[in-house]
Design a protein around this ligand. Structure first.
Ligand code: GAP
Length: 443
């Protein structure tokens, strides 16, 4: 295997590749964009769906103690009073009196503007939730928020899930969905976006068993990233200091990845104790249904909650950065994405060696149809360049397998399968391709 770590992936390399090959585009780009909002292109949507699918497989399908949920983005605004987001989900901000730029005070090293050195205003509290109105008459609707976390949709549905799925503690509710935050400090590509997706699990346990489950989820979540190929030396757990803890957290660790700008949060794993259920029980008309009746002891109580909360967009970014490789092969630079095959946007590319031979093109087409028949993953066909260039295109987007059809294939029914990472080529029966691809991507 060649030395494949010649390049440290810089954010600009990843942003350029993302735009050029269709992973991520700036939202509303033709209008000049909108700050820190991103669109996922043809390859990005595949990668993102694959990340979400792998999370769901691990958190729901492989377990018997987790149910799924898809709750709405808009919620009764009382939810956010109870959760503490109306009063506490805020950053302390200062404005530069000269250049008018705005900064989070906790991100400043000195008490002056980091851009122009100007004097700063007194700090003000700025709530991060986006507000909108529900109602049909202008000015007479009620103010609602775009949810800043998916978690509250889980808490308010706790009793519904317990009753409908007859769950007993310990058990969890998993949800993937959009969240919105009016972030002040942006930049670093998709890392801190104003619209993003979260993958959240609220795992409900008996009070007293929370510490044990907290430790369990720290290990389990680290293992998920590692099992999908993140390099061990680029991943760590960092415990929050007491003055860093969110208003709801008894304790919290961040899973951090060594992004180009330094160690940064990929996922937060918090012990939320019974904060949320308790709060909703106090404020909601029917909040008492959130008390759990434990028939093993004949008592009711509010369960404690361990919450692994990951960002889909941050996971996608970390997987892209971690997979980015440059190497020199026969005096030419090769860029490739060493993505785990389960995450790769395209699993297999069928490439005819000679596109001016109709029989080869026909056989390639049949092979592609066979690979697409079960519609389980993306398989593509490309004949728009010479084979070397076609391989490089697929390497750059992380396609684990390329299949070439040549003149001999017409008589012996065999094709060449090339592995993205090793570049080793193997001659196999065309009829065994489906099984080879499925084994490679773990389906
Ligand atoms: N329910 C708990 C919660 O929301 P958080 O630490 O504020 O906790 C969890 O967010 C995860 O959501 C973060 O670790 C990060 O991956 C993702 N996230 C949060 N804000 C984000 C943003 N502005 N852009 C992209 N991802 C974000």
């Amino acid at each position: 295997m060649p030395d494949n770590d010649l390049a440290k992936a810089e954010m600009k390399d990843i942003a350029n590749l993302s735009k050029r090959r269709g992973f991520v585009f700036q939202s509303s780009e033709i209008y000049g964009g909108i700050g820190s909002v991103w669109d996922y292109g043809p390859l990005g949507v595949e990668l993102k769906n694959n990340v979400k699918r792998e999370w769901w497989k691990r958190m729901v399908y492989r377990r018997g103690d987790v149910e799924g949920l898809d709750s709405a983005i808009l919620m009764n605004p009382e939810v956010w009073k109870a959760s503490g987001h109306v009063s506490s989900f805020a950053d302390m901000l200062v404005d530069c009196k000269d250049c008018k730029r705005r900064f989070r005070i906790d991100h400043l090293k000195e008490p002056k503007c980091p851009e122009c050195g100007g004097a700063l205003t007194d700090p003000r509290s700025f709530n991060l939730m986006f507000k909108t109105q529900v109602g049909t008459v202008e000015g007479q609707g009620i103010d609602v928020y775009l949810r800043p976390e998916t978690a509250q949709g889980i808490f308010v549905n706790f009793a519904n899930v317990v009753v409908s799925s007859r769950k007993k503690l310990p058990f969890g509710i998993a949800q993937i969905g959009k969240s919105f935050r009016n972030e002040i400090t942006t930049g670093n590509f998709t890392f801190r976006s104003r619209e993003f997706e979260q993958m959240e699990l609220e795992f409900f346990v008996k009070p007293g068993e929370d510490e044990k489950w907290y430790e369990y989820w720290l290990a389990e979540r680290m293992d998920w990233y590692l099992s999908l190929g993140i390099r061990k030396e680029k991943l760590r757990l960092r415990e929050h200091a007491s003055d860093e803890l969110a208003h709801y957290a008894k304790s919290c660790h961040d899973v951090e990845y060594l992004f180009p700008m330094g160690w940064s949060e990929l996922e937060g794993i918090a012990n939320r104790a019974d904060f949320d259920l308790n709060q909703h029980a106090k404020l909601a008309e029917n909040g008492q249904v959130l008390k759990y009746f434990d028939d093993s002891i004949g008592e009711s109580y509010f369960p404690y909650v361990i919450e692994p909360s990951g960002g889909v967009d941050r996971a996608v970014l970390a997987f892209l950065i971690d997979a980015y490789r440059k190497e020199v092969v026969r005096e030419r630079e090769r860029v490739y994405l060493a993505l785990d095959p389960r995450l790769a946007p395209i699993k297999v590319a069928v490439l005819p060696l000679l596109k001016n031979r109709p029989e080869i093109v026909e056989m390639s087409g049949k092979i592609l149809e066979g690979l697409k028949a079960k519609a389980m993953y993306r398989a593509v066909y490309d004949d728009t360049a010479a084979i070397g260039k076609l391989y490089r295109r697929q390497d750059e987007i992380g396609t684990p397998l390329c299949v070439t059809v040549d003149v001999e294939s017409l008589t012996d029914g065999k094709v060449t399968v090339r592995d993205r990472d090793t570049m080793v080529q193997e001659r196999v029966d065309a009829s065994s391709l489906e099984a080879i691809v499925e084994a490679k991507i773990g389906y």
